[in-house]
Design a protein around this ligand. Sequence first.
Ligand SMILES: [Zn+2]
Length: 92
Amino acid sequence: MWDAVLCILIIGGFFILRAVLATVFFFYLLPEGDHCPNCDAVTVRVQSRGWNVLLPRFRTSWCYECGWHGLLRNGPLTPTKPSESLTEHGPP
Ligand SMILES: [Zn+2]
């Protein structure tokens, strides 16, 4: 009886440890900031209800240069000049 419990604990422990290590590995694999991993252009933050609820610490981004969309880690953002802001190009 104890052999079965010990076996389940060891196998379950390795399963949970593997899931935790994979999560940490892929967290640090994601790029930090607001640059596109494909073309290094500045991405735009977009709203994605599912991802923003599931993973609020990540930034759902879309690159308008190459069309890439995905998750980025929160990090330093590229400052924009006031002349490049969207408010200046808005409707009159
Ligand atoms: Zn891109």
